[in-house]
Write a protein that binds this ligand. Sequence first.
Ligand code: ADP
Length: 484
Amino acid sequence: MTLKDLWFDPSLCFIGNMWVSPDNGQALALQDPSTGQDIGEIACGTSADIDRAVAAAEAALSGEWGRMTAPERGRILARIGQLVQDHADALARMEALDVGKPLKQAKADVAALARYMEFYGGAADKIHGTTIPYLDGYTVYTLREPHGVTGHIIPWNYPMQIIGRSVGAALAMGNAAVLKPAEEACLTALAFADLARQAGLPDGALNVVPGLGKEAGAALASHPGVGHISFTGSVGVGKLIQTATAQNVLPVTLELGGKSPQLVFDDADVDAALPFLINAGIQNAGQTCSASSRILVQRGVYDQVRDKMATRYNDLQAGSAMSDLDLGPLISARQKDIVEGFLGQGASLERVATGQIAPDTPNGGHYIAPTLFAGVSPNHTLAQDEIFGPVQVIIPFEDEAQAIEIANGTKFGLVASVWSRDGARQMRLAKKLRSGQVFLNNYGAGGGVELPFGGTGLSGHGREKGFEALYGFSMLKTVAAFHG
Ligand code: ADP
């Protein structure tokens, strides 16, 4: 696939169900991470484009979209999901080209996007308020209302999945959305908006303004017409977003990074754990907020886990997105530099295995061979900082208390998992781990759209996915009627 195969022009913004030139007419170069080559241009939206998009969203709220009933909104979302499925092949190729992820992962992302639309389409008319028994002469009830215009600032690593969980939930609750995709990968965001138009989403209910974070993103985060911001991305930018939204006292959902551990106890089924221990670290070349970059292993199975992981690691292959190997390239030369910097800091560590870069891989692509370190101290930089690359560390522990201390010993708290056959231990750890999600004898549970997701500490706050997202993308209003 090339940009010429797209059915839309990515150098345009999508505002009010129309393709429009960015205000300044400027464009950004788009690169294929698999080859490092520029493949075309995308729109470089500005604050003026964000103004236009917010105005279109406000018009949608006071127009056809704002008048729609919840079941009508739900039916449109379901139709969008169907159109996503009908275009699965094109969307997957687009995402693979743009993000550099292996085609099978891109296909899984398309399926997740369609499922989000199905789920939130079905949920749209199932969120409702309650009645509250109160003083004599009163009737009290609550209403769930949209925030109004919601801003969605998303990263490049899983555009379709994040659009599904964030924009899907916002639209289900009747908000009108302005989406600022990442400058590195915005193709599927634009494609999705056009499919939503085809599915009958009224003008202005979803607007997409590609552009630079510091311009279009910052303009969206500080826009006075926006009622809620959801952001997924780095901790540094998350802090900027929280600061910007504070000026308008906006509710904000921040889904930031992680240093998520998997805890393997002596009584674990090591062979069952093995694929999860590795896949959770190398999926999307480790560029996943919920990547498991720390493997904590109890002494009794330590050698076994290290050796079995090393054996599999040595066979892992990185290659172009279309060659569909275990992992693709990193998104950019900059990201590769960052990961190489971390590898440099691990020079004195025990490097137990390194995967391969496939022989026919294009020279200019941003490839990193997956790398496994063992015997790492919990305080080492590689065990503390988010790397966002295919690098995992194995950390030994003696007992449950120490495992908890190490697991909770970073500033993050997004995902954790426990591998143990001891049910009582599972329950204890589920409570004691400081983490937005805890998995027992699995990791990620297949990523189900139903499962609330979000973090604590530097991993952020607020929850996306599942019904929780619908509460986050709405405001609760209490109505108290005195009738005597
Ligand atoms: P990553 O490390 O994944 O590239 P970033 O946090 O840099 O994540 O980017 C995530 C999203 O935030 C992107 O859409 C990017 O354009 C946007 N962004 C970057 N800087 C800012 C900013 N100052 N204000 C608002 N959005 C920004």
